[in-house]
Design a protein around this ligand. Sequence first.
Ligand SMILES: Cc1ncc(COP(=O)(O)O)c(C=O)c1O
Ligand SMILES: [Zn+2]
Length: 356
Amino acid sequence: MPHLLCQSCGKTRTPNTLQWRCTCGGLFDLHFEAELCVDALPHRPPTLWRYREAIPIEDDAHIVTLDEGFTPLTPVTIAGKSLLVKQDHLFPSGSYKDRGATVLISQAKALGVHHMVEDSSGNAGAAVAAYAARAEIACDIYVPDSTSAAKLAQIQSYGATLYKISGSREDTAYAVQDAARKHFYASHVWNPFFFHGTKTYAYEIWEQRHFNAPDTLIIPTGNGTLLIGAYIGFTDLLKQNLITHLPKLIAVQSAHCAPLMPTWTDEPSATIAEGIAIAEPARAAQIVQCIDKTGGDILTVDDDETRNAQKIMAEMGFYIEPTSATAIAAFVKYPSQRDEIVVAPLTGHGLKSLGK
Ligand SMILES: Cc1ncc(COP(=O)(O)O)c(C=O)c1O
Ligand SMILES: [Zn+2]
């Protein structure tokens, strides 16, 4: 049976709860036997719900969807090296966060939620607001007041109430936790259902590579929602003998805010990579574990390298936001081997960061 397991005290509980963390304050993980129906896949519509048996929503009637997913995996050449880019900037709300939001808001609907709150550097807020609108659930989104104007406009256009919080990303997190006393906290960081949506990133790459795992994934990482999701997805595939190895996970952080680096002692400074400027990621230990278990690494890139990568992609016809370009900047300096299959996501659309 699917169950929540607390990372701190080991207590289990039913997933059908409105609680966003354990009574001890710990983070929940969701334990769930994902099933992959390989033979049926070619006959299913091109959305992430093609992996229906691997997504922990019991009743189809609760699924909240915009027909998202199964984004193109496109070969490019950068700095003389081959790379596959997964075009997750083409999701309905313009970022990969829709992978998590479609599953998390489906679970909220299953729980009968009428009003939810969420905090974000912008993209998760836009994704949650979009799916809340689709589900006709009232929604309040808390963001740092430095968030890109385009993301703020997008969140409001979905009908969500926007709260702009001054100070750091962490100040925004504290503000929403206060609001979470009254309303369902649809947190992309705390609620493990979100990760059982982002894990479809792994399934899609596997299927698009004719049921093979790549060697290496380069992933922009702040709170780790794509990195942990990718780890869960490829681990599911390995457990079922559908792949032979886990890909190496390379986390990319901004040189201006790199708390996952063991050597990081600095104060964070402002960066154009706003999506990964997370000074205190709640799941930091879990992110580092996922990287270590795959023999991966952490790379940092600065704003100049990021801008350069954004330009490289635009000149090839891909318009992405700076946070997304950090993965490309990391690939530019990544010493890939001759036949190494490397995948990087385009996580956010360029129109979200006009003027940045
Ligand atoms: C475009 C984009 N890419 C990557 C990330 C990183 O996601 P996470 O903080 O979950 O690691 C974000 C987060 O907001 C984002 O907006
Ligand atoms: Zn606990």
